[in-house]
Design a protein around this ligand. Sequence first.
Ligand code: ZN
Length: 357
Amino acid sequence: MGKQQPHSPASGSSLNTLVQNGTSQMNNGIYKPEITVHGNGTDVSNDKAMKGKAKRKTITQAMALSLVDVAKNNGRLERMQPYWNTYHCQNKVYSSGGRLYGMYCKNRFCTLCCANRKADIMNRYLPIIRQWEAPYFVTLTVKAVPARLLKSRIKKGIIRAFQQITAKYRKKHQRGKGIKLMGIKSLECNFNPIRKTYNPHLHLIVPSKEIADILVKEWLLKWGKEFTSSKAQHRTQVRNKEQALIEIVKYGSKIFTEPDVNKKATQKGQHQIHTAALDNIFRAMQGCRIFERFGFNLVLDQTHEKKKTILRTYEKWEFNMQHSDWLNQETLKGLTGYMVNNELYTLLSAKINQTSQ
Ligand SMILES: [Zn+2]
């Protein structure tokens, strides 16, 4: 916060979901080209959704700037562009017919895009989970590692171990000697700022206790006592299917990290954003699927095709970090009326921690 708005070397070049068309229109005497937008847009009259969007944009922009610095300071210049793309996500938005449209960066470290992805996953998977009679929520963990071991712990450890377990049961099932494992899973990674360690783990929802028990048993067998313990694995019956799915699709790493992870309730104002740790997590998870189903398929849903709309009359808004809101480019009026509260202001201005971990 408080920094000059920088310009990306290729500002928005990979974000072209908005296309300016050749035909032009005059609106209130001001020349405006027609633009093509994708998707259904956001309902402008939904105050809560609009303020939520402004909050996510404020957090994402501050975080992306810090991630750019981390990448630059570590000499990983190829990491800078994706972070810049996220910085520019939804920078310019267009309102028309009561809906708001803009370009999405589609990066996994963008809280704006993650909110979209979450809605998409909920739409596709909630109807399936609702059909499961007594689903279980399972957490599979292994011992935490320092940053240098994180990538191999995720790719050669957690992901491979899980694949081997499901493959074993698939073969058993094919021979008629057991049930097929199925469910949905997400990969998550926490950072412990005191120990400076990373704790990648899996969250799953499975249709039955039987599958939950098999997964925990096989996981413990696979890793042995050196890497895990039975009390670090969790199984609970899902009471609220929608809430369980929300838990699962939550972002693959926690943006806000508590200063003391052993304290259950972190006091207000104690959170920090550890961007160097986040950069380590994003790099380690590169190329991994964060959210995945296993043992079943989805019926293809055609409604997923994003529709195109041509806007001829619209208002153009541009995000302004100082205002934490999009401003109308003609009237300078704020779009959402969102105001950053003191706690978030302090967090974003003083508590983004770039110390290398
Ligand atoms: Zn984005």
